[in-house]
Design a protein around this ligand. Structure first.
Ligand code: GAL
Length: 434
């Protein structure tokens, strides 16, 4: 069993936009106990996220329902902006933050994505809240580190998603006696058999591009291993490294096995191809499991199977959704009440079974989770943890944007040299690893 490895953050996060307007402050720093119960504030909250899809919206709605039970009379404005992985929401958020018009609270990934707002001075510290709720030893230390800077904690993690999962259609795999592709050799062997039988081997929906970036980051991890994968985002590995090139060769080869309409489909469409048997496999974070079980009512190990993406046994690509308190939030007291629910075991156990994720808290109740999530919980405790680039943890929003732009081109022209050169420029322009 490998020792659990600390997740490292990406370098100094560059903010996407030039933040010029100074927002008012929401109470004092470390303000959990100071402002809660102040009494003058309207019981209202605007919750901003991108959870509109099946499975995703169910999880959010369950949390909101619990919040309203705990806080009767509170008015909730659900300002979710459609588009997986925040494709559209992040832009809307940036515009609002720039205009000094933040939502009360917003979804943000632990790691570099959150730190971009922290570095811009846009977030309130939540140390008092953690203290008052006794949370300091209820979340894994590595996760607290991902939402902290200089001793201040800036967000409450609601989930842990795993990014390196390959889902497969169980009936198809049984029918052709295929092995779960935990290595690239098995993957291509399976893929060739499937192709011979006229079945699309790998379902992909990369309309929003991050889906392709995510597939590549999983291939990269499976090719170079967790140490080098980490070092890449710290700017310590040359972009001419043979492992990076190899990962692109493998990724390019995989693209020969995907559905021809992938550019027109989003992540859910891609996952659905496996559910309906139109494709045999799909690589997607485990929000796909939320979609399968919560929305499509599929059964794990009966309708769909899963394994880690090729070459990543013992590695866990971590994606954690968090919420915080932006400076200038109109209803800071209500936000603190919301965050209390979000960080409670009850909140986490209401949300995560629907969402496909596992609880971020270490003391949540495993019996509330299905066989997939119980395995993910066990793996999370022992695996090497690696931060996702596609979901904002590994590097700054500016770098990720540049990679996504280059990826859109790569998926079409599959020119490895051109992609590597775009990576070099993106790293330089965004001070990767600094
Ligand atoms: C991720 C997010 C997940 C899920 C997914 C697809 O970035 O962390 O919670 O929402 O996008 O939308």
């Amino acid at each position: 069993m490998k020792g659990k490895k600390a997740l490292r953050l990406g370098g100094a996060a560059a903010v996407l936009v030039a933040l010029t307007t100074a927002c008012g402050t929401a109470g004092t720093a470390n303000n959990a106990s100071n402002t809660a119960g102040a009494g003058t504030e309207e019981k209202k909250i605007e919750i901003f996220s991108w959870w509109t899809g099946a499975g995703e919206a169910d999880g959010l709605n369950a949390l909101i329902k619990l919040f309203q039970q705990k806080d009767p009379g509170v008015q909730v404005q659900n300002s979710a902006v459609a588009g997986g992985a925040g494709t559209n929401a992040k832009q809307v958020l940036a515009t609002r933050m720039q205009a000094g018009n933040p939502p009360d609270t917003f979804q943000v990934h632990a790691g570099a994505e959150l730190m971009a707002w922290v570095d811009a001075g846009k977030m309130e510290p939540l140390n008092d809240l953690y203290q008052s709720q006794g949370w300091n030893d209820k979340f894994p230390q590595q996760l607290i580190d991902m939402v902290s800077k200089d001793g201040n904690i800036y967000a409450v993690p609601v989930d842990i998603h795993r990014g390196n999962v390959l889902w497969y259609n169980k009936k198809i795999f049984d029918q052709y006696h295929l092995q779960p592709p935990t290595t690239f050799d098995i993957f291509f062997k399976d893929a060739d058999i499937l192709k011979q039988h006229g079945i699309t081997p790998l379902g992909l929906g990369d309309k929003d591009t991050w889906e392709a970036t995510m597939l590549w980051e999983d291939v990269l991890l499976g090719t170079v291993g967790p140490q080098k994968y980490d070092q890449i985002w710290q700017g310590k590995v040359s972009w001419d490294d043979p492992g990076i090139r190899q990962s692109l060769e493998t990724f390019k080869k995989m693209l020969q096995y995907v559905n021809s309409d992938h550019a027109a489909l989003d992540w859910q469409d891609g996952s659905q191809l496996v559910a309906t048997g139109k494709a045999a496999m799909n690589v997607m974070g485990d929000w796909a499991k939320g979609y399968y079980t919560t929305d499509l009512k599929l059964k794990p190990n009966v309708d769909f199977g899963w394994c880690v993406t090729p070459g990543t046994e013992g590695d866990f690509m971590v994606i954690s959704d968090t919420f915080g308190l932006p400076k200038g939030a109109p209803h800071p007291n209500t936000v603190l009440d919301w965050l209390k629910v979000l960080g409670s075991t009850e909140g986490q156990d209401v949300f995560n079974p629907l969402k496909g994720s596992i609880p971020a808290r270490i003391d949540a109740d495993p019996s509330k989770y299905d066989v997939y999530s119980q395995q993910a919980m066990a793996d999370f405790k022992k695996d090497q943890l690696t931060p996702s680039l596609a979901h904002g943890s590994a590097a700054s929003p500016g770098f990720l944007d540049a990679v996504n732009t280059a990826m859109k081109v790569f998926v079409t022209n599959q020119d490895i040299d051109q992609f590597i050169s775009a990576l070099k420029t993106a790293a330089q322009e965004n001070n990767l690893g600094q």
